[in-house]
Ligand binder design. Structure first.
Ligand code: ATP
Length: 507
């Protein structure tokens, strides 16, 4: 018999009660004084944001009324749209234009991705914020709480000031605790000095400009420079803030540095006003599209993209190498010319640096001798010198001497030293200089060949290094070409390599 399990009851969604004709959709955020929710209006089905501002006392009620009044009386393109307010028994329900996200969210996303905000985006947002602030200032009002979470990006893409809880008329004294006076991270230094440890605050036009400067700096550098968890730590951070130091740390120079210094001057009287910033069009000239800064950043971006594609190419080659297990590049520096090193795995006793193996043949030659040969490619620089290091590994288990066999033994330069019991018989370099000019290969000659052998003991292995310095001359490097590539062929007589009973000397 099968038992039918009762279906689990669907979890009840937490619903916030909102007044008619609005319907709760979801919660958007929670501020210090209220919560914000997405609501729809029946029957039109339009969507809005609803800020619920509770009140439990007369002073709460007045504070709410103050915020609502400031918002409704100061409607502007760069201020969040006010729709209506419904007064409930214990809360004000403020209906607002529904925005898509806050600048704080955008900054957070950027920081998470480790990237910096596009300078054109910084300009667009900050121009909107400045217009909003300048509008308020022109009406004698101080915004008082400028920060990323209070800048809302509308569905129309325009940045708007939200949360009018901090707005005060000029000269208004606010004597309350820090929680009611803007956000300490954005407080100008003079507020700390004036208010001392009680943290009361006089809102000021210059204070808004400081916060504007902090926001701009945060957007440009993708981090906040005022740090600390407690009010004492934040105060220390603000009072120790030095825009010059930060600019040199972040590589911010020229007009942008000047603009930041004008906004983040410790002295409020030296801070540029919103009206002047708008009038002089400074934000546009420093950060607007097609400024020296945006051009510089575009170039930086291009160069990074080039580096990225070089790295991606190297990753592709590496993956290929892993699959074929023939070559393993040892290092990569994508911004300089890549000189890969390779471990040659067949036969496993060789490592040839600075070269790329193009083809390897193991087989018999026309005399019936077993041969291994490989075609390598390496870079040749304009001075014609290449340096190839051949390392023989694990020689302990090899009986016999080793011959680098010559595929074509007629070259008189290939007289090889026979010291150390190691016989490098000959080397054959069949030139094929890679370039788009065929003439390069015809002119090239070996003019010197120096082979240095060295015995080393590393990690309990006897290792013989054969350093081959090869100089070639008489090749023509085309104008503008700093390097070309040559192919050379290196062969080993495998029969001798395996059969000889002559042991390599121990170190
Ligand atoms: N009109 C709106 N449209 C969409 N989201 C909004 C709107 N107004 C506020 N929000 C969201 O609700 C959150 C809470 O807003 P609120 O202004 O109450 O507080 P806050 O600015 O985050 O914090 P604090 O009260 O500490 O200043 C905001 O961070 C924002 O993301």
């Amino acid at each position: 018999m099968t038992t039918v399990k009762p279906k689990p009851k669907a979890k009840k969604r937490f619903e916030v009660k909102v007044p008619e004709p609005y319907k709760f959709i979801k919660t958007l955020g929670q501020g210090r004084f209220g919560s914000v929710h997405e609501v729809s209006k029946t029957p039109s089905d339009e969507y809005f944001a609803m800020k619920i501002l509770p009140f439990t006392s007369e002073s709460d009620f007045e504070k709410n009324e103050h915020e609502i009044l400031k918002l409704s009386k100061n409607q502007h393109r760069n201020v969040v749209g006010f729709v209506e307010v419904i007064e409930g028994d214990a809360a004000h329900y403020v209906v607002l234009e529904l925005c898509s996200h806050s600048l704080h969210d955008e900054l957070f996303e950027n920081q998470k991705l480790g990237g910096k905000m596009d300078v054109v985006r910084v300009y667009r947002v900050m121009r909107d914020v400045l217009d909003g602030i300048a509008f308020l200032h022109s009406r004698g009002a101080i915004y008082g709480d400028l920060k990323g979470s209070n800048v809302l990006i509308g569905k129309d893409g325009i940045a708007k000031l939200g949360d009018f809880g901090g707005v005060v008329g000029t000269g208004t004294m606010k004597t309350s605790n820090s929680a009611e006076c803007g956000t300490m991270q954005f407080w100008a230094p003079e507020f700390f000095k004036l208010a001392g440890k009680t943290a009361s605050q006089i809102g000021s036009f210059a204070g808004d400009m400081w916060a504007f400067g902090q926001l701009l700096l945060e957007m440009l550098t993708s981090r906040s420079w005022i740090v600390g968890g407690s009010s004492v730590e934040i105060e220390k951070s603000v009072l120790g803030f030095d825009i010059g130091e930060i600019c040199s740390k972040e590589g911010i120079v020229g007009e942008v540095q000047i603009l930041l210094s004008l906004l983040l001057s410790k002295s409020p009287s030296q801070r540029i006003s919103s009206a002047k910033l708008v009038r002089t069009n400074r934000l546009q000239s420093v950060l607007g599209p097609e400024t020296p800064l945006s051009r510089f950043l575009t170039q930086e971006l291009e160069s990074l993209e080039n580096t990225l594609s070089a790295a991606q190419e190297e990753i592709r080659r590496l993956k290929d190498a892993v699959v074929t297990q023939r070559v393993v590049p040892r290092s990569l520096h994508p911004t300089t010319s890549v000189m890969p090193s390779f471990v040659f795995t067949d036969p496993s006793h060789f490592r040839v640096n600075n070269t790329e193996i193009i083809r390897t043949d193991v087989g018999k030659d026309k005399d019936g001798d077993s041969r291994w040969s490989s075609v390598f490619r390496t870079d040749v620089f304009a001075n014609g010198v290449i340096s190839v290091e051949i390392t023989l590994l694990s020689l302990d288990d090899i009986d016999g001497d080793l011959r680098f066999g010559l595929m074509d033994s007629n070259n008189p330069l290939l007289e090889i030293d026979k010291t150390l019991g190691l016989s490098v018989e000959s080397l054959h370099f069949s030139f094929l200089i890679f370039s788009d000019s065929v003439s390069l290969c015809q002119c090239a000659q070996i003019c010197s060949l120096n082979i240095v052998q060295e015995q080393q003991k590393r990690q309990n292995q006897h290792i013989t290094l054969i350093q081959i310095d090869l100089k070639i001359s008489n090749f023509i490097v085309r104008q503008g070409t700093s390097a070309c590539q040559i192919n050379f062929k290196l062969g080993v007589d495998l029969d001798l390599y395996r059969q000889s009973d002559q042991r390599l000397p121990k170190l």
